[in-house]
Design a protein around this ligand. Structure first.
Ligand code: EPZ
Length: 421
């Protein structure tokens, strides 16, 4: 079993460069199926979710060349077949649901097992299914997997109102609709930067997606797409994680390769706490910050405060002064980090689906468990702040989404290592 061991308490400084966005790349890789050609992705992070998707694509017949060091992935999807994908890696990550939209768009059918991913409470995919059905697909279960089949020769564009703002359902609908006949209009679409990134790749492949980044997206179906070259946007969640760490224990840390507009609501919270920063074109320098103020956080869809950042910012909140709360309106049960941080001495608890904390806390290292990806990232930040040794188990969750976390943290001055037991 692999574990992360951190001897906390060091002050940190220097520069960390942010990798390509996990939640973009996990959609971009399945999207390449629609090209039926060669697509080159640059800025691909070295995370295990990417490896899992490559393994699945390989089973389907894609030819893939990967230069991990350079972050380049060349994917030839000409020989891809729409075969049943009921088990295995499919069930290990959430983003495998993008194979439904991509295969449906290219072949008019898809048989894909139910997605896995982090346990954040209920994570239904009813909106994805409703959208596929609205486009003219029929859903059934085959070999324990969800089977989708276009009722006619192709899918047909239509207007789809999303009952909830959903990143996954918006992207999946864009994928399936790219090659449908006629115009698809997605209303109440999610506006995350990752959606714009996927739309950009689709457009580079010849699709006609307009309005991504607003809540109405129009997709004029295009029968045949083609190869393209695309660079993945920087990971705003990874950036936020390092910004939180730098605000807590930094003596001057530059977080490089960021699009600060993607972090507006997060930066606003840091400013409210009293964190001092210099924002440059594509980097943010966090200066040594003291006497920070406790704040309240409510997570909402983009451009509001991201649910994916509430766990990584929690240790920073714990080192402020005062009482505050976090309310996650996207995943009310995304609170698994709370008992772990409480075991490190944090005065934090869940009261009626609200995380309530009293600060400042003197965190002390102990044995903790990463229950999910962002909870794990929060524990790494907590371990770096805490005095003594923190040993984190279940770290595969963390490696699913954080590129070279040990190397990047070490370069900043965190005493951290990965051990095999
Ligand atoms: C994406 O998940 C991200 N995952 C998540 O990041 C992120 O937390 C989430 O968006 C919200 O920003 C990927 O991009 C792979 P949603 P997704 O559909 O698309 C409800 C991380 O740590 N809903 O936007 O699955 C849902 O339950 C991960 O990197 C339905 O009710 O999330 C939630 O309350 C974790 N029915 C809300 O909508 C549906 O069919 C938003 O979920 C779909 C969603």
């Amino acid at each position: 079993m692999r574990k992360i061991v951190i001897n906390g308490g060091n002050r940190i400084s220097g520069k960390v460069t942010i990798s390509g966005a996990k939640n973009s790349v996990v959609a971009l890789i399945p999207a390449t199926i629609l090209a039926n050609d060669v697509v080159t992705l640059e800025g691909v992070p070295d995370i295990s979710d990417v490896t899992s998707l490559i393994d699945i694509m390989d089973v389907m017949g894609a030819k893939i060349e990967r230069d991990v060091e350079a972050g380049v992935l060349v994917i030839d999807t000409r020989d891809v077949k729409s075969m049943p994908l009921p088990y295995g890696k499919i069930n290990s990550l959430r983003a495998s649901y993008y194979f439904n939209g991509a295969l449906l768009g290219r072949f008019g059918r898809a048989t894909v097992g139910l997605p896995g991913g982090c346990d954040l409470g209920p994570r239904p995919i009813d909106l994805h299914i409703k959208a596929f059905e609205a486009l003219g697909a029929e859903m059934s279960f085959l070999e324990n997997a969800m089977h989708l089949e276009a009722k006619k020769d192709s899918l047909f564009g239509t207007t789809i109102y999303m009952d909830m703002v959903s990143v996954g359902a918006t992207i999946n609908t864009m994928l399936a609709a790219s090659t449908a006949e006629g115009m698809t209009i997605i209303e109440n679409a999610a506006r995350e930067p990752e959606i714009i990134d996927v739309a950009t790749l689709l457009n580079n492949m010849g699709a006609k997606v307009r309005g991504a980044g607003t809540d109405v997206i129009r997709i004029q179906g295009t029968k045949k797409l083609h190869g393209a070259r695309h660079t993945v946007i920087p990971d705003r969640i990874e950036a936020g994680t390092y910004l939180a760490l730098a605000a807590a224990i930094g003596d001057g840390v530059t977080v490089d390769n960021v699009i600060f507009e993607h972090l507006d609501s997060f930066i606003a919270k840091l400013e409210e706490m009293g964190v001092r920063m210099t924002i440059r074109e594509d980097s943010i320098e966090v200066h040594k910050s003291e006497n920070l103020k406790a704040v309240n956080i409510k997570t909402v869809p983009y451009p509001g405060f991201a649910t994916d950042l509430q766990q990584p910012i929690t240790p920073l909140l714990l080192s402020t002064n005062g009482r505050g709360w976090i309310m996650d309106t996207i995943y009310e049960k995304r609170v698994n980090h709370v008992p772990e941080m409480a075991r490190m001495g944090a005065k934090i608890s869940v009261i009626n689906d609200k995380i309530v904390y009293d600060a400042p806390n003197l965190l002390t290292g102990t044995q903790v468990k990463a229950t999910d990806l962002r909870a794990g990232a929060g524990l790494v930040v907590a371990g770096a702040i805490a005095s003594g040794t923190t040993t984190i188990s279940n770290i595969d969750f963390i490696l699913r989404g954080y590129d070279s976390i040990i190397e990047k943290m070490t370069a900043l001055g965190v005493d951290i290592k990965l051990i095999e037991e």
